[in-house]
Design a protein around this ligand. Structure first.
Ligand code: ADP
Ligand code: F6P
Length: 328
């Protein structure tokens, strides 16, 4: 490999996601393997501004591949939105001699990285780390698979009690701007329907379908609602349904941050390890920097950071048809 960087920094930023530790581990061990110094930046861009940075050794990442959260901690850093904040961050990196950066985070973190890499001569590589999977240019994001599995395990348990009482449960999953967790957990648990930010679903259609099912004594129903859905979350959906179905026994369950924690799934560990390795490889080769590295059709896929932050993720509307058919 053609070595163009000698000291690299790695940080996690925005919402944490299971598998971030596996990615950090891969960055550190690959960097050290290729003779680089690797620095851990604590609390995302805040650590860059405040010089909360330490040199990492191979042992620094021992025993973390199986842990959720992030050993580097994460933060939302207001100062980094401003040019002065980013300049301070640059000065810190320069002082230490860091000449390449791996940012593990979501689209907001990449917006920051994109600005930073345009303003200063420090190449950046982004790895998609978010449970929301709301990113174009990759089939996977680190943490999504674990979050979906967590949601599915919880919804299966809810189904047991729903069945015992003939209840309708409205379950809210995470996804401020993304319906992927709702889609995957809804399909995976045989939900009656899902409500997601990407597509309009007429609540009246859902209510009519529930009324029809009530007539034929199909009383156990699960609706999975993304928190960012157009009706404003599970409580609001429940209120509207109750107004049309006063006799229905309706319960709401908000899964919340339980979806962000826990041991990463096998898939998340695998993609995090692969992407962490690829990030260092990319910084060393130097020809595809200032990109987000994703995986598309099982190949590494490099999306320039300025595209990565603009491109909208999409959900095929046919999924909504599939869910309805399978729940009939
Ligand atoms: P995520 O990366 O999970 O989408 P956020 O949207 O909260 O999380 O972004 C994480 C951090 O990235 C922000 O707190 C901020 O420091 C930085 N960031 C986000 N958007 C921008 C932006 N437009 N310009 C500069 N920095 C940004
Ligand atoms: O990580 C993404 C996400 O889980 C969103 O789906 C959710 O709205 C948001 O984070 C909440 O994050 P926080 O509670 O850290 O603000």
């Amino acid at each position: 490999m053609n070595k163009k960087v000698s000291k690299i920094g790695v940080l996690t930023s925005g919402g944490d996601a299971p598998g971030m530790n596996a990615a950090i581990r891969a960055v550190v061990r690959t960097g050290i393997y290729y003779g680089l110094d690797v620095y851990g930046i604590v609390r995302g861009y805040t650590g860059m501004i405040e010089n909360d940075i330490f040199k990492m050794e191979s042992r620094s990442v021992a025993n973390i591949i199986q842990r959720g959260g992030t050993i580097l901690k994460t933060a939302r850093c207001k100062e980094f939105f401003e040019p002065e904040g980013r300049k301070k961050a640059y000065e810190t990196l320069k002082k230490i001699g860091i000449d390449g950066l791996v940012v593990i985070g979501g689209d907001g973190s990449f917006r920051g990285a994109q600005k930073f890499s345009t303003e200063f001569d420090i190449p950046c590589v982004g790895l998609p780390g978010t449970i929301d999977k709301d990113m174009a240019g990759t089939d996977f994001t680190i943490g999504f698979d674990t979050a979906v599995n967590t949601a599915i395990q919880a919804i299966d348990k809810i189904r047991d009690t729903a069945d015992a009482h003939d209840r309708l449960f409205i379950i809210e999953v995470m996804g401020r701007d993304s319906g992927y967790i709702a889609l995957h957990s809804g399909v995976g648990t045989g939900a009656e329907n899902i409500l997601i930010p990407e597509h309009k679903t007429d609540l009246n259609d859902i209510i009519n379908s529930l009324l029809e099912k009530e007539k034929r004594k199909k009383l156990v129903n699960l609706l999975v609602v993304a928190e960012g859905g157009e009706y404003g979350g599970a409580n609001e959906v429940a209120r509207v349904i109750k107004s049309r179905m006063p006799n229905a026994d309706i319960k709401v369950c908000i899964l919340g941050h339980i979806q962000r924690g826990g041991a990463p799934s096998a898939l998340d560990r695998l993609i995090a390890s692969r992407l962490g390795y690829a990030a260092v490889d990319t910084l060393i080769k130097g020809d595809k920097v200032n990109t987000m590295i994703g995986i598309v059709n099982n190949d590494l896929h490099y999306t320039p950071l300025d595209h990565a932050v603009k491109a909208e993720h999409t959900i095929d509307p046919e999924w909504l048809k599939i869910i309805k058919i399978l729940a009939s």
